[in-house]
Ligand binder design. Structure first.
Ligand code: NAP
Length: 288
């Protein structure tokens, strides 16, 4: 039986870049746009990757269940890399929250049914997971526990919070940060749920990366570039290597942790390049 790696969001950006490092097994890339996936498969084949595709919308449990079943029919699922996601400039708060947060629940829950000892799930979060003040993420953690029990209660709770902000982009930005903070939490929870079966779960949080998504966010999130050690955006290829490494079964003791691959921007923002006046500047109260 073949060994299989599934990459959601594998048709572009970091998912596609990750696939280029998986040369020892069948790679199944997925996303919603068939033409994008077909072109990505051709690109991967040229790079020596054995790749096929199947369309899937990770905001639908039925669609994810279909992908998981399809993958299990192609061979033994060894790696699941959940890269599918949307950002604030792409859609509204609820849609992105459902894709990023519920999509992660569906992927982890549906794929584990077909996974066994020595396999890995790697959920892609974001350094936005660290953008909210600590007291805020601590205060809402009780609601994270609803995600796999009462989906509507979970989503509605965070939509109420995001809805308190009148600006559409900022509201979606808050939903994005909560969704990605949730991803880091849920990946760790999954690691403890699935660990006894020998299934490892880890998350990776990229900083601002020069993909279609990252480039679309530069206008709003670009100030973080200056906070990074090298004061630059990351490259998709750098994150592809990082994600592939974290998801490599040989990295067997990396579990229940979030790997923050953001060029140092979160640490810079919090400490080494901290600007105490930043919130006032952002609010337009002072210039700078
Ligand atoms: N780029 C950054 O700066 C950055 C920073 C931090 C975190 N991230 C995270 O990294 C991940 C990858 O992003 P990227 O930068 O590589 O962006 P990207 O190039 O836009 O790739 C995202 C992929 O996800 C797919 N996708 C979107 N919604 C989907 C859905 N509902 N179901 C299935 N597939 C879906 C898209 O394909 P279709 O539209 O065809 O479905 C696309 O191929 C995302 O989770 C993102 O939130 C990105």
């Amino acid at each position: 039986m073949k060994e299989v790696c599934v990459i959601t969001g594998g048709g572009s950006g970091m998912g596609l870049a990750t696939a280029k490092y998986i040369k020892d097994r069948l790679v199944i890339i997925s996303g919603r746009t068939e033409s994008k996936l077909a072109a990505a498969c051709e690109e991967l084949k040229k790079e020596g990757v054995e790749a096929i595709y199947k369309t899937c919308d990770t905001s639908s449990r039925a669609s994810v269940a279909e992908l998981a079943k399809f993958a299990s029919e192609q061979g033994v699922i060894k790696q699941v890399i959940n890269c599918a996601g949307m950002s604030p400039s792409m859609t509204n708060a609820e849609k992105l929250f459902r894709i990023n947060a519920m999509g992660t629940v569906y992927v982890n829950e549906e794929f584990q049914k077909y996974m066994d000892k020595g396999s890995v799930i790697c959920d892609v979060a974001s350094n936005s997971a660290y953008a909210l003040p600590g007291f805020m993420t601590k205060a809402v953690k009780f609601a994270y526990k609803w995600a796999d029990k009462d989906e509507d209660k979970f989503v509605n709770f965070f939509m109420k919070l995001a809805g308190k902000i009148s600006d559409d982009y900022m509201s979606a930005g808050m939903a994005y940060s909560f969704s990605k903070n949730f991803v880091t939490w849920y990946a760790a929870k999954s690691a403890f749920d699935l660990g006894p079966r020998g299934i490892r779960v880890v998350s990776v949080s990229p900083g601002l990366i020069a993909t279609a998504m990252g480039n679309a966010e530069v206008e709003h999130g670009g100030d973080l570039i200056k906070k990074a050690c090298e004061e630059r955006m990351g490259e998709a290829d750098e994150l592809g290597y990082c994600i592939a490494t974290c998801a490599d079964p040989r990295n067997g003791y990396l579990a229940a942790v979030d790997v923050l691959a953001d060029g140092g921007s979160t640490r810079g923002n919090a400490e080494f390049k901290h600007d105490p006046l930043a919130p006032l500047k952002m609010a337009g109260i002072i210039k700078g």
